[in-house]
Design a protein around this ligand. Structure first.
Ligand code: NAG
Ligand code: NAG
Ligand code: NAG
Ligand code: NAG
Ligand code: NAG
Ligand code: NAG
Ligand code: NAG
Length: 477
């Protein structure tokens, strides 16, 4: 009589034990999951997405070389950094592709290298003010980083060789998780001397700083690793993205914004890729798109069984074509011309221009930014700008528009979108950047392709005389 009930009892007991074991396993897994996850990412100092500040101020910062006959309107890049240094109370986080503020080159004539040295001195003095300096970089043997570490800075090395064989080309600052800088200028004395740079400093903007800090945390956690983990902490996933941007006020103007990154491998959960950000900005443009980059080259180098194969890289090229031909958006591209400019640039650009052949309401114009250089002068990449401004958005990035750069180099981009408001015309950041673009476009340094073709011919003649680089000439026709 007792048999079946005992058996049943036993069965229930077994079931209980099994369920208990399962629950235990699950608990252990969950615990493991969260513990492994929470090693990743450090504290965010109490500011959260709920109570961060969305009432921000933005300042356009530029480095305009001394010998330019520009009327100075924007704030100098060096002044932007000094303001940030003045404001810093607790922490400064810096990512820069190079650390070369103290030039040891003989080319540094007189005053032009002073700004870099000054900045370096102030960075070494931060520790004595109680401000923590944290630097992420891919440099393993930088004298300047060693000096900064000796002055209390903390550094982390991101081994880009292990991930993509690219470079950590990101260039930004985060100050007290409140103020940020993003732009083309980096911790290189040239950025404060002969090179033309453009960037923005955003003040009192902890929401945006929090998100950019997550990019920084991502780099920080790659320290001494040679793989990207599959599980990421919440603290490195993106707060804002392409389809859910941050809504905020920038100098009393309603705007939306988000941070994008590259390469794809470095896009943690929800992070928008640089390339998708550029795509979105071009696609949403209604009337104009003005682009200023050092290089434009829709090519990507891919490793295939040990050898490198070059492929046509469509994303940006195709969306520009669409905007120009199908939507009648006016496009202007300002590309830097220098000896290192890839010869195929001219062919790709000519191909874009030829789209408008005999089409009404079709406008795509390209100019090359170049400056006559004295013989024997060391060549500087003159216009180092990397931005795009449209009638309703601004994109400031760290990459030139070259397929390979997006594929292997780490960089960040900042997208700011604003409704085109006639009352604000010229007074928003979009208006200011547009004015900077117009100034460059109309300057004596911006030449059309004919002017450049002449330059190339001269260059070619010079070279065939000296019998150097003969093989280059086949491109320069
Ligand atoms: C923001 O919220 C967090 C958690 O709710 C709190 O700990 C922190 O003190 C708040 N910070 C500010 C500046 O109000
Ligand atoms: C970076 O990674 C590569 C490839 O994994 C390795 O050979 C190299 O030693 C690493 N460098 C450093 C500084 O850890
Ligand atoms: C980006 O990184 C690559 C690889 O280290 C380097 O060759 C290139 O000059 C860097 N570009 C910039 C703009 O710093
Ligand atoms: C940032 O906010 C503080 C306090 O609200 C204010 O005193 C300061 O002027 C603001 N800074 C800028 C650049 O607007
Ligand atoms: C093309 O331009 C002309 C004159 O500027 C204008 O009248 C016409 O509406 C435009 N067409 C389109 C499709 O935008
Ligand atoms: C935003 O406000 C700051 C501080 O008042 C000012 O310096 C800056 O020029 C303004 N920026 C724009 C784009 O108007
Ligand atoms: C030019 O190209 C040929 C074949 O592509 C190569 O053998 C030669 O070394 C190259 N010459 C120079 C000067 O680079």
């Amino acid at each position: 009589m007792a048999g079946p009930s005992t058996q049943e009892h036993l069965k229930t007991q077994q079931k209980c034990i099994a369920i208990f074991a399962l629950v235990c396993c699950f608990a252990v897994l969950v615990a493991l999951f969260f513990s492994s996850v929470d090693i990743w990412g450090d504290s965010e100092d109490g500011i959260t997405e709920e109570n961060c500040s969305r009432n921000c101020r933005i300042v356009l910062v530029e480095n305009i070389p001394e010998d330019y006959d520009y009327s100075k309107t924007s704030v100098p890049l060096s002044a932007g950094f000094h303001t940030l240094l003045d404001l810093a109370k607790y922490s400064i986080e810096v990512v820069s592709p190079v650390w070369n503020l103290n030039s040891r080159d003989m080319e540094t004539s007189s005053g032009s290298a002073k700004q870099g040295q000054l900045l370096f001195q102030r960075l070494t003095g931060l520790n004595s003010r109680g401000v923590k300096l944290k630097i992420a970089s891919s440099l393993t043997n930088s004298e300047e980083l060693k000096t900064l570490v000796a002055h209390g800075a903390e550094t982390t090395v991101v081994n880009m060789t292990a991930f993509t064989e690219g470079g950590l080309n990101s260039s930004f600052w985060i100050v007290d998780r409140k103020h940020i800088y993003i732009g083309s200028g980096s911790m290189d004395w040239r950025s404060f001397a002969k090179r033309k740079e453009l960037g923005v400093v955003v003040y009192n903007c902890s929401c945006l700083a929090l998100d950019l800090h997550r990019v920084f945390s991502f780099y920080w956690q790659l320290h001494q690793r040679d793989y990207i983990p599959t599980i990421w902490s919440r603290r490195v996933s993106a707060l804002y993205k392409r389809h859910e941007p941050l809504e905020l006020q920038i100098n009393e103007t309603e705007a939306t914004t988000y941070v994008s990154t590259s390469p794809e491998l470095f896009c943690s959960k929800d992070r928008t890729k640089d390339i998708d950000a550029i795509y979105q900005v071009i696609q949403n443009a209604k009337t104009f798109i003005f682009i200023s980059v050092t290089d434009y080259l829709p090519l990507v180098n891919r490793k295939l069984r040990g050898s490198t194969v070059t492929r046509y890289w469509t994303p940006i090229d195709e969306v520009i074509r669409e905007a120009v031909v199908l939507r009648g958006v006016k496009v202007r591209m300002l590309i830097t011309y220098r000896k290192k400019t890839h010869p195929l640039t001219f062919n790709f650009v000519s191909s874009l221009k030829s789209l408008c052949l005999k089409l009404h309401n079709c406008s795509l114009d390209v100019r090359f930014f170049s400056q006559k250089q004295k013989k024997g002068d060391i060549e500087y990449p003159l216009n180092n700008n990397k931005y795009m401004v449209t009638d309703n958005a601004l994109y400031i990035g760290n990459h030139n528009w070259v397929g390979s750069d997006f594929a292997i180099n780490a960089g960040v981009g900042l997208v700011i979108m604003m409704q085109n408001n006639l009352n604000n015309k010229g007074r928003t950041i979009l208006g200011q950047v547009r004015a900077a673009f117009d100034r460059d476009w109309r300057s004596r340094f911006a030449k059309n392709q004919q002017g450049i073709t002449n330059l190339i011919s001269k260059y070619r003649e010079g070279h065939s005389k000296t019998k150097e680089k003969e093989n280059d000439s086949k491109y320069l026709i």
